[in-house]
Design a protein around this ligand. Structure first.
Ligand code: RRO
Length: 329
C-alpha cells in the first residue's frame, strides 16, 4: 500500500486525516481516542483567555444534510487546558491547539502559555460577538493576529478561515503574509433553522454555523481557490464523510484533511477513510503527491464537459456524485 505519511503545514503526520476543531476536542481522553482510532493529528476545541459557558440552548439542530451549531465558544480557559493536551498526546500523534481571542495580544497570550505541537487560529467562528469571523473577515486583522502568534511560538501556526466572505483568497493571502504555515478551510457557513409549529428560531442564539455534507462542495471550492493563490499549504475541512470526499479535497489541492461532523456516526469512519484512500491510490498506481491538486492540472481541459459521457444523451448536463462515490475497489 502507498504511504500516506508526509508533511502537513510543518507537522510530520502518519496520514493526512485529522480531527477538526470543535468535535471531541474538549477533553484529552476524547482526543486520545480519536488518535488511537487512526487520526494523523488532533485539533482541540477552540480555547480562549477566560472560561465561557457558551450560548444558551438549543445549541445544535440536526438536519438531513448536516447540522447547525451555535455552541458559542464554550471552553474552560487556557489556564486549565494544558492537562488535556498532555492526555491527548498519549494518543501518539501531534496535538494542535485551536485558540481564539479578540486581539493579537490575547491570541499571543494563549499561544505562549500552551505547550502544543501547533496552533490553529480560529478567525472564523460565525456566531460569536467580538471573536471568530467578526474579526477574521478583515484581512488586516488576520495578518496582524497571525504575525503576533508567529512571533510568540516556534511551532507551526495554522489559520482557520471563514467561507462567509466574497473572496476567501484575500484572507488566505493575509494569513500567509503574517507568517502562517498553513491555512485551514473552511469553518461553518452562517445558517439558521425555524420551528414551523411555533415560528421560533430553533437555536438559542438564532444564528449558527452549518457543517456536514451540505457544505462539502463549498469547502472544496475554497480549497481549490486558496491552493491556487497561496504558497503555503491548505488544509481542507467541511463535510468530509467518506474516503472519496477526502480524495476530492486532496485533488482540489489540500495537503491535509480534517473531519468533524461525520465522527458523530462513530470513530470507525477514520479507519474507513484512511484505508479507502490507500486502496484507491494502490488501485490507481498513484501516491498522494500525484493526486494533490490534480483537479487544477486537469482544469477545464477535461476530456468532456459532460462527465461521465452519456451514450443516451449528448445534451445531459447533470452528474450524480454517487457515480464517483461508489465503492469500486
Ligand atoms: O463554539 C462554536 O460555537 C463554534 C466555533 Br468556536 C467555531 O469555530 N465554529 C462553529 O461552527 N462553532
Amino acid at each position: 500500500m502507498p504511504s500516506l505519511s508526509g508533511d502537513v503545514g510543518g507537522l510530520r503526520l502518519e496520514n493526512p486525516l485529522m480531527l477538526a476543531a470543535g468535535i471531541l476536542g474538549t477533553t484529552g481522553a476524547s482526543m486520545r481516542r480519536v488518535a488511537l482510532a487512526g487520526a494523523g493529528a488532533v485539533v482541540t476545541k477552540s480555547i480562549g483567555v477566560e472560561p465561557r459557558d457558551g450560548h444558551p440552548g438549543p445549541t445544535v439542530v440536526r438536519l438531513g444534510v448536516g447540522l447547525i451549531n451555535a455552541m458559542g465558544l464554550p471552553n474552560p480557559s487556557y489556564r486549565v487546558f494544558q492537562e488535556e493536551i498532555d492526555v491527548a498526546r498519549e494518543g501518539g500523534v501531534p496535538v494542535v491547539a485551536s485558540i481564539f481571542g479578540s486581539s493579537p495580544e490575547e491570541f499571543a497570550e494563549i499561544a505562549s502559555a500552551l505547550d502544543a505541537d501547533g496552533f490553529e487560529l480560529n478567525l472564523s467562528c460565525p456566531h460569536a460577538e467580538g471573536y471568530g469571523m467578526e474579526i477574521g473577515c478583515d484581512p488586516a486583522n488576520v495578518e496582524e493576529i497571525t504575525r503576533a502568534v508567529r512571533r510568540a511560538v516556534s511551532v507551526p501556526v495554522w489559520v482557520k478561515l471563514t467561507p462567509n466572505v466574497t473572496d476567501i483568497r484575500v484572507l488566505g493571502i493575509a494569513a500567509q503574509r503574517g507568517g502562517a504555515d498553513a491555512v485551514v478551510a473552511i469553518n461553518t457557513l452562517k445558517a439558521m433553522a425555524i420551528d414551523v409549529e411555533s415560528g421560533y428560531p430553533i437555536l438559542g442564539n438564532v444564528i449558527g454555523g452549518l457543517s456536514g455534507p451540505a457544505i462539502k462542495p463549498v469547502a472544496l471550492r475554497c480549497v481549490y481557490e486558496l491552493s491556487g493563490a497561496l504558497e503555503i499549504p491548505v488544509i481542507g475541512v467541511g463535510g468530509v464523510s467518506c474516503w472519496q470526499d477526502a480524495v476530492e479535497m486532496i485533488m482540489a489541492g489540500a495537503a491535509g484533511v480534517q473531519i468533524g461532523t461525520a465522527l458523530m456516526g462513530g470513530l470507525e469512519v477514520i479507519g474507513e477513510i484512511t484505508n479507502g484512500i490507500s486502496r484507491f491510490l494502490d488501485r490507481k498506481g498513484w501516491n498522494l503527491d500525484d493526486i494533490r491538486g490534480i483537479a487544477r492540472r486537469r482544469g477545464s481541459s477535461a476530456p468532456s464537459k459532460e462527465y461521465p459521457p452519456s451514450a443516451s444523451s449528448s445534451t445531459s448536463k447533470s452528474f450524480d456524485e454517487g457515480e464517483t462515490h461508489k465503492e469500486v475497489l
